[in-house]
Design a protein around this ligand. Structure first.
Ligand SMILES: NC(=O)c1ccc[n+]([C@@H]2O[C@H](COP(=O)([O-])OP(=O)(O)OC[C@H]3O[C@@H](n4cnc5c(N)ncnc54)[C@H](OP(=O)(O)O)[C@@H]3O)[C@@H](O)[C@H]2O)c1
Length: 368
């Protein structure tokens, strides 16, 4: 073999830096978060499961690159996403240092603290001590100087709301968060948090509640008491204060997908300790099949119906989904194009769905 021929053959496949798709802003219509200047995609991607150390890094990277290529500009994280806790931020940080480095200004990244993270009295709930040290650690793991949104992840019955919101305010003044949010706060506590934020001038612009066809607590009044929210629903309180909302688990962790329509046991991508099969009763499967018929009537899959429904007029600003493959992501993203419903469709969905026991495991926070 001549020297010339040897070089012609020896061109191995090499790693190339990621270059985002040029048409990435052609797919989705961005939505305003309340009265703020912040826009979010109708569908945002969360890294709670599917991005821990139990999943191949190559798959995680493929999903995140694909999401950004399709216009998903918002990735939602928290200190304890994984498993193990912290690993989703760590894995995301690796992608941030490489793939997403040139695109930091095009991304809305969020993190949170509130649920358990490290042992002892300073590793959970809503103290200033926990929130600010956790944010510092999240920034380090994610390899960023700031997050776009930092959340109080849950209510803390022992810490004054003023202290928790004060800690979020400090994060903004330190330049470590641009906006702040609260997650799984009742209408009453949300109104209290808004009052503190208004006093301090804190950009508290978003609430992150659980919401799906089978988990509708944000539409319900929070009791008729004379408290800060005066018995109003969370959606009403948010609307009155110009706040936006990003509804998490619109697929009820996979329940509202084709996974449970067949007679065979559902195939899940891996560990998801927060979902128990107790909710998948024979009656539930019949309801899911009925909802699937509504979906088919609209030319949609059940997952698409579920996502379109939370995005319907009067619903949430953005649907915060999870996905274990690019195929799931593509199926789900198509839901953003079909968010209008007829009265008949809505009535049929109400008949078949409605609040299902055991789905909203975050009421331990929002009932406080
Ligand atoms: N603030 C909070 O307290 C809080 C709490 C929970 C979640 N969140 C946020 O919300 C995000 C989403 O949560 P989630 O993952 O539970 O949401 P989800 O969208 O309700 O469920 C996602 C799961 O459903 C399955 N799935 C998704 N699309 C599918 C499709 N087209 N066909 C079949 N199955 C499909 C996948 O299961 P497999 O993996 O088994 O394939 C996927 O992991 C989290 O990552 C996090 O950012 C926030």
């Amino acid at each position: 073999m001549t020297e010339e021929r040897y070089w012609a053959d020896a061109v191995p496949e090499t790693h190339r830096p990621y270059v985002a798709a040029e048409d990435r802003y052609q797919h989705l219509e961005y939505r305003r978060v309340g009265d703020s200047g912040l826009l979010l995609p109708p569908i945002s991607l969360g890294l709670w499961w599917n991005f821990g150390d139990d999943r191949p890094f190559a798959t995680q990277r493929e999903i995140l690159r694909h999401a950004f290529d399709r216009g998903v500009t918002h990735f939602d994280l928290a200190n304890n996403y994984g498993p193990p806790y912290g690993s989703a931020e760590e894995n995301f940080g690796r992608m941030m240092r490489t793939d997403f480095k040139p695109y930091r200004d095009e991304l809305v990244l969020s993190s949170k603290a509130g649920w358990d993270m490290w042992p002892g009295p300073y590793g959970k709930l809503g103290s200033r001590k926990y929130l600010l040290s956790s944010l510092e650690a999240s920034l380090e793991r994610m390899s960023v100087d700031y997050v776009d949104i930092f959340y109080s992840h849950r209510t803390d019955p022992g810490t004054p709301v003023a202290e928790t919101i004060g800690a979020l305010d400090t994060a903004v003044r330190q330049g470590k968060a641009l906006y702040v949010g609260i997650s799984s706060y009742s209408p009453e506590r949300t109104a209290e948090a808004v009052a503190v934020a208004k006093d301090l001038g804190t950009p508290l612009v978003i609430h992150q509640p659980s919401y799906s066809m089978v988990n509708r607590w944000i539409e319900e009044g929070g009791g008729a008491g004379p408290g800060a929210a005066g018995g109003k629903s969370l959606l009403t309180v948010l609307d009155e204060h110009g706040m936006g909302s990003i509804g998490f688990t619109p697929l009820a962790q996979g329940l509202l997908t084709s996974k449970y329509l067949g007679d065979e046991p559902a195939k899940r991508s891996g560990e998801r300790g927060s979902f128990t099969d107790d909710v998948v009763t024979p009656d539930m499967v019949e309801r899911l099949r009925g909802l699937n018929e509504v979906a088919e009537g609209r030319g949609q899959s059940l997952a698409q119906l579920a996502i379109s429904w939370v995005l319907r007029p009067g619903g949430v600003t953005s649907a915060l989904i999870g996905a274990s493959s690019t195929e799931q992501l593509d199926e789900n993203l198509a839901a953003a194009a079909q968010t209008d419903f007829s009265d008949e469709e809505l009535a049929r969905i109400d008949e078949l769905a409605g609040t299902v026991e055991g789905v909203n495991i975050w009421d331990v926070s929002s009932d406080l």
